[in-house]
Design a protein. Structure first.
Length: 160
């Protein structure tokens, strides 16, 4: 198998594409969401099913560091979609050989993984404060460039 990942920005519902090693045919698509505080609902799984239909692939997978709702799990069972929640993802990593686990850990923690990256520009964001309300958020460093990038991400509580 060979895989490709989607770049930053709008991904059309696909973060990873898997291709058959010999034929090069697209065989599966994967959607990833880093939503530890909010379960992935049936709407997002339904969107993945639509993407699978559009891409003409028999298999899809959805990976999150959080959880899935029961309706999302039910739909996935009906439609060849593999769901991997945060707990299951850690279990899968635990099944890898020790050397592979160590390499994956180094890769996953290299660099600054606590500061989000702008989904439009691909650069690290900076903490900002709303002047009127006083709430904190992440803003793109290219806000002052021309044309300005106005991408923002909400900060989680307790993050500064």
């Amino acid at each position: 198998m060979r895989s490709t990942t989607t770049g930053l920005g709008a991904d059309g519902g696909v973060d990873i594409r898997l291709f058959h090693r010999e034929t090069g045919a697209l065989i599966a698509v994967t959607q990833c969401k880093a939503w530890p505080d909010k379960p992935i609902g049936v709407e997002l799984v339904r969107q993945l099913l639509g993407t699978m239909t559009h891409e003409k692939v028999p298999t899809g997978s959805f990976i999150t560091n959080g959880t899935f709702t029961k309706p999302a799990e039910d739909l996935a069972k009906e439609d060849r979609i593999i769901l991997v929640d945060g707990k299951h993802f850690i279990e899968l990593i635990g099944q890898l050989p020790t050397l592979s686990q160590a390499r994956l850990l180094v890769f996953a923690t290299e660099g600054d993984y606590t500061t989000p990256t702008c989904p439009h520009c691909g650069i690290k964001m900076v903490p900002r404060t709303n002047r009127k309300k006083g709430n904190k958020f992440w803003g793109c460093k290219n806000y002052t460039k021309y044309p300005p990038c106005k991408q923002i991400l909400q900060m989680r509580k307790g993050t500064d």
